[in-house]
Structure formats: structure tokens, C-alpha cells
Design a protein around this ligand. Structure first.
Ligand code: SF4
Length: 300
């Protein structure tokens, strides 16, 4: 099902060290309700039946509930909120979102330990709020999809985080390798690990998800680092075609964007058995660490 990813505003109550949209909070205001309505109408006509309300923090937008209701009345099938998760700690607000017909909640958590998460998102008490939000969503029997960004600060905690998420009965979790743009670009020496060093921890976390029958996946980690775990590669197995409506542009096909501009491969990828299905890493990664980790696969 085709998805529309709508950035509803550029305000946020976190200050994440890895935020890819960092500077936009200085230059852009929230979209008006009228603007959001037009986008919803256009994208529905364009074939999208799934809408994601996202960045920065959609729950800070005063018209989010009205926007969800409007999308429901247009007959979008899946209505998802991607959030830093803090405002889901307010159970009454979550109930209002559910009544408006949100079908999927996508909070983010970036550490098993409170300190790790709070330092990464630049906000004290954020971890407790996200955990309370997940508990509220579970009590209200919602579909909970978790996103965690992998950084130098948290990768050793990822297996413990996976176990915690399984015990909180989330529906799905995803570990996304930090994309070196925005704040992540500014902080890259401090926060970006090598892919090789994170892999044992990520595979262990995936094993835990599998054991607990929770759908789990990774993003931005190519096949050559994911052998025996190819089932978890989100771009290959799970990602729907998506149109992104950002502040200053609209990207009709995010899949095309990743293949043609966002990600990169090197000369040796031509020798790899996965070359046709692998997108490669985000192009900024090899600019930082080179290509030596990406060894072509020549047997399966
Ligand atoms: S060597 Fe290149 S094509 Fe092969 S899996 Fe790695 S990044 Fe992908």
C-alpha cells in the first residue's frame, strides 16, 4: 500500500544529537490545518491509502487530531503517528488520538538505560515519558511500532532494549543506523559507530525479537553485514513505496530517492551477488569510514 509521509511542522520538544532535520526548526513554521488538508486530499488522489503524520514532533501540532479526523473521512486505511513518544505519556491525549482513528503509534526510544536515551535526545525525563507512553498504548490495546536510532552511545544496550520492548508487548521494533545529516553530521565524531562494531549486538537483538515473536528489522545496514539475517532488512522486506512531503519539497518516490541519490555503492559492489537488491549504506557513511567493511558476497 502506498504511503504518504507528511511533515506537519518543525517544532520539537527534544534536541536529538542525531536529528536529520535539525536546522529546519530555525527556518520553518508549522503547517496550517488548511495546508495539511490539501496535502491529504492530493496524496489520497495520488494513490496513497496510508498516511504518516511525522516530524518533527507531530503531537505538538494543535491541529493533529483534526488532521487525523480529516484523513479518516477521506478514507485513508492506515493512520500512523511517528513521534518522539513523550506525549503518549498523557493517556487522555492518547485516547483522543485513538477516537480520531489513529491505527498505528510509532514512538521512539534510543536506550535501555534512561541516561543513554536522555543524553541522546537532550531532554531529562524523556525516557520515563516514552516508557509510560508505551505502557499507556499497551493498556489501550494499540499497535505499537518502535524506532531506535543506533549510535555509539547505545549500540551495546540494543539487546537489553530489545528484551525490554518484547516484555512491554510492542508489536514491532526497528533499529535504524544513524543517518549522518543535520545534527548527526555536526556530531558525527561523537555519535557514529562503525557498522562492523554494532553488528553482533544488532543480531543478538534480532534473535531476541524472533524468540518473542515480535516483528523486528534493521534500516540502513546492507546485506554484506547482515548475512543470515537478511529477513530483517527493512528496505528489502518491509518498506512500502512512500511519497514524502517535506518543508520545501515533495519526493514522489522515496524508494527511487534512496537508490538514485540517498545511498551509495562502491566499485566492488558490482561483484556482489546482492548488488541488484541492495541499496548500499547512506552515502555519508563511507565518506566518514570508507568502504572496507562492505565486502562483496560471492556465495549464499
Ligand atoms: S558489497 Fe555492496 S552490494 Fe554487496 S551487500 Fe555490501 S553494500 Fe550491498
Amino acid at each position: 500500500m502506498k504511503r504518504a509521509d507528511i511533515k506537519v511542522g518543525f517544532a520539537c520538544n527534544n534536541h536529538c544529537k542525531f536529528c536529520v532535520q535539525w536546522d529546519k526548526r530555525l527556518h520553518y513554521k508549522q503547517r496550517s490545518f488548511e495546508e495539511i488538508k490539501k496535502i491529504l486530499e492530493n496524496e489520497y488522489k495520488n494513490g496513497c491509502k496510508w498516511v504518516v503524520f511525522t516530524w518533527w514532533e507531530p503531537t505538538l501540532h494543535k491541529d493533529l487530531i483534526a488532521s487525523v479526523l480529516y484523513a479518516r473521512n477521506l478514507w485513508y486505511n492506515i493512520l500512523q503517528i511517528q513521534s518522539n513518544g513523550r506525549n503518549f505519556s498523557n493517556k487522555e491525549y492518547v485516547k483522543e488520538l485513538i477516537h480520531a482513528w489513529v491505527t498505528e503509534f510509532w514512538p521512539s526510544i534510543h536506550g535501555f538505560k534512561k541516561e543513554t536515551h536522555d543524553i541522546l535526545v537532550g531532554s531529562p525525563w524523556a525516557w520515563e515519558q516514552v516508557i509510560q507512553g508505551i505502557k499507556n498504548l499497551r493498556e489501550l490495546k494499540q499497535n505499537i511500532i518502535i524506532n531506535s536510532v543506533i549510535t555509539k552511545q547505545n549500540y551495546t544496550e540494543i539487546p537489553a532494549l530489545a528484551l525490554l520492548l518484547c516484555k512491554l508487548w510492542v508489536s514491532q521494533f526497528q533499529f535504524a543506523f544513524v543517518h549522518i545529516l543535520g545534527s548527526a553530521e555536526k556530531n558525527k565524531k561523537e555519535i557514529v559507530p562503525t557498522k562492523t562494531e554494532i553488528i553482533p549486538y544488532i543480531k543478538k537483538a534480532l534473535d531476541i525479537g524472533k524468540k518473542y515473536n515480535v516483528i523486528c528489522m534493521t534500516e540502513a545496514i546492507p546485506f554484506c553485514l547482515m548475512q543470515w539475517y537478511e529477513w530483517a532488512i527493512a528496505e528489502y522486506n518491509f518498506m512500502p513505496e512512500t511519497t514524502v512531503i517535506d518543508a520545501e519539497y515533495r519526493t514522489e518516490s522515496y524508494n527511487d530517492y534512496r537508490w538514485s541519490e540517498g545511498k551509495a555503492k562502491w566499485e566492488n559492489c558490482k561483484k556482489c551477488l546482492k548488488n541488484k537488491v541492495c541499496e548500499g549504506p547512506w552515502k555519508e557513511y563511507p565518506e566518514l569510514y570508507g568502504w572496507d567493511e562492505f565486502i562483496p558476497i560471492n556465495d549464499e
